[in-house]
Design a binder for this molecule. Structure first.
Ligand SMILES: C[S@@+](CC[C@H](N)C(=O)[O-])C[C@H]1O[C@@H](n2cnc3c(N)ncnc32)[C@H](O)[C@@H]1O
Length: 205
């Protein structure tokens, strides 16, 4: 059964209070750095793409879930989201000047998460940017936030929860991004220090 078959319909409404400040921050960064060719990897319901579109900014997204893509394509927002596997994208090298992924890496097994990061790097132009939003649990994360994150991930199902725990145990984004030619340019925290947004510049390998 497809992981988001039932939850796709409720996903945006359920997570809006946590996710909307992040969506707005992404919008501000897209405006600030004037990106022109943008890809949202694992775009889900297309919520971020819709916000960008509302502000006159074009971008496209890819996702593997038919249920999520169905929600993304509903309504008259007219966003471009395609059925495509993020571990083997059908885009040419260095096509985009911003490639983002939000809340996707933690739910993948370690090999797939690495493949997604490698693919994001491949399709990003040198000197341009990758934006990643995901969990980062540390001593600064509030007790409430940590427990809420574990609860949400537990609700998401067995495999999802197993991958999330392994992502945290292995060291999260710092481990996934080690040995990549990515240099941090901006960092923002959300959800009482439980969620991090990283803006990273792709340098020469
Ligand atoms: C937790 S959702 C996040 C969706 C969206 N980025 C957001 O911020 O709301 C993770 C998404 O990753 C998608 N996904 C998982 N593995 C994928 C893959 N290999 N290729 C493309 N999409 C994938 C899922 O279908 C799901 O829509």
């Amino acid at each position: 059964m497809e992981a988001y078959q039932y939850s796709a319909k409720y996903y945006d409404r359920l997570l809006a209070p946590f996710i909307q400040p992040i969506r707005r921050r992404v919008l501000l960064l897209v405006k600030k750095y004037r990106y022109k060719v943008i890809l949202d990897v694992c775009c889900g319901t297309g919520d971020q793409l819709k916000l960008l579109k509302k502000h006159g900014l074009d971008a496209e997204g890819i996702d593997l879930s038919d249920a999520m893509l169905h929600v993304a394509q509903k309504g008259d927002a007219g966003i471009n989201c395609f059925h495509q596997d993020a571990t083997q994208m059908r885009y040419e090298d260095e096509k985009f000047d911003l490639v983002m992924t939000t809340f996707a890496l933690h739910e993948k097994d370690h090999t797939s998460a690495h493949k997604i990061v490698e693919e994001m790097l491949r399709v990003t132009q040198e000197g341009k940017d990758i934006l990643i939003v995901d969990y980062e649990l540390s001593e600064k994360t509030s007790f409430l936030s940590k427990n809420l994150i574990y609860f949400i991930e537990w609700l998401a199902g067995k495999e999802h929860y197993r991958n999330f725990r392994s992502y945290i145990k292995k060291g999260g984004l710092p481990e996934l991004l080690a040995d990549t030619p990515l240099k941090e340019t901006e960092r923002h925290y959300f959800g009482q220090h439980g969620i991090v947004l990283l803006l990273l510049r792709k340098e020469k390998r």
